[in-house]
Ligand binder design. Structure first.
Ligand code: MRU
Length: 348
């Protein structure tokens, strides 16, 4: 994607360093963050310097390659196994992270160079799959379509293109009239900050809405389709995504609006039988109790927005049961969210 005329990927590797767009500063500052060790990359994933299922998958794959490249102690294999578990302990929900680490680890057992090659392959496939999701997803749009999306499943959440937003970008390029309602997505506001920033850069017409406006908009017939990303999809189609996705899915069913998930096959976890088995990350209560932003002079500020003395509960994801999902847009086509269709998809 282009930022001020220059092409960027969300995350990449040069030598033994991993580089990434520093997403926790966006949209107020655009900076590149360097991770010199696998441990730096782990911290960047945990702190959400890089976030979004595909982007953290690619970052985690690169971190695993960094471990193979830089750990040269006596008990090398033991240390590399520990590095693998450090990387896997950064964030529990996004399947892509575990998928990438496993691929790079296995390749690295053969040769360090293979680990590096595999990490680049994971990142390249993430980008190619996102592009293909854009092609399949854009067929859902007519000449004029109003889309609701939640969180950020745009190019920042992947190596490039994105999933839920890839069809939007393509349709916009094709001259179709697309308009995006962007859920703000509390508590971290990935919609209001990241999705809105992406859409503005690409000149896609959009507006940010408070999270609790979706029902009203659907009741007024203003939404033609809902598309969100996914962090993990169980083999029966139940889907974990950013907290608040379930609400949109239930509303969409009530108001007869199609609800699509857009995700590459690397997000499917065939070992999870249902959504009940998907691990859900709990994040710090400070994300709810405080908000960060910039003041009129461009200084970063953190302010308390909730009553002092009260605690907060902050689950980062929820699970939408398959029955609410109209279809899943993947790099291989659009499939139904049921066991048989998913099994066929994964075998194809
Ligand atoms: O906590 P985040 O910002 O990493 O969560 C991201 C989301 O839930 C996105 O909607 C998601 O990753 C699906 S698209 C990658």
């Amino acid at each position: 994607m282009k930022v001020e005329g220059k092409t960027y990927k969300t995350v990449w590797m040069e030598g033994t360093s991993v580089f990434m767009i520093q997403q926790n500063l966006l949209p107020f500052q655009f900076k590149i963050h360097e991770c010199k060790t696998y441990w730096d990359t782990c911290i960047a994933i945990t702190d959400m310097v890089v976030r979004g299922a595909g982007a953290i998958g690619a970052a985690a794959g690169f971190a695993m390659a960094q471990a193979f490249l830089t750990i040269n102690t006596k008990e090398r294999l033991k240390m590399i196994r520990e590095a693998r578990s450090d990387i896997e302990n950064t964030r529990p929900t996004a399947r892509n992270l575990f998928y990438a680490v496993d691929r790079v680890y296995r390749a690295g057992l053969e040769h360090t160079e293979k680990a590096v090659e595999e990490a680049f392959a994971v990142a390249r496939e993430d980008e190619e799959n996102s592009k293909a999701i854009g092609v399949f997803g854009s067929t859902l749009f007519g000449e004029k379509t109003n889309i609701l999306t939640h969180c950020n499943a745009g190019w920042l959440a992947f190596v490039d293109y994105g999933t839920a937003l890839a069809p939007v970008y393509l349709a916009h390029e094709q001259g179709k009239k697309v308009f995006v309602y962007v859920d703000e997505t509390r508590p971290r506001a990935q919609g209001g900050r990241l999705t809105a920033w992406e859409l503005k850069n690409a000149d896609v017409p959009h507006v940010i809405i408070p999270d609790n406006a979706a029902a009203t908009l659907m009741a007024q017939g203003k939404i033609d389709v809902v598309i969100t990303g996914a962090d993990r999809i169980a083999s029966n189609g139940d889907t974990a995504n950013k907290i608040g996705t379930l609400d949109r899915a239930i509303l969409a069913k009530e108001f007869g609006v199609p609800f699509y998930i857009a995700a590459p096959t690397s997000t499917f976890d065939m070992e999870c039988n249902t959504g009940k088995e998907i691990p859900i990350e709990k994040r710090s209560q400070d994300e709810v109790l405080f908000q960060t932003g910039v003041d009129d002079n461009g200084n970063r500020v953190k302010i308390r927005v909730c009553s002092p003395g009260s605690g907060a509960f902050n689950p980062a994801f929820d699970v939408t049961p398959a029955q609410y999902i109209t279809g899943i847009i993947t790099e291989k086509g659009i499939v139904k969210a049921d066991k048989l269709s998913i099994q066929k998809l994964m075998e194809s």
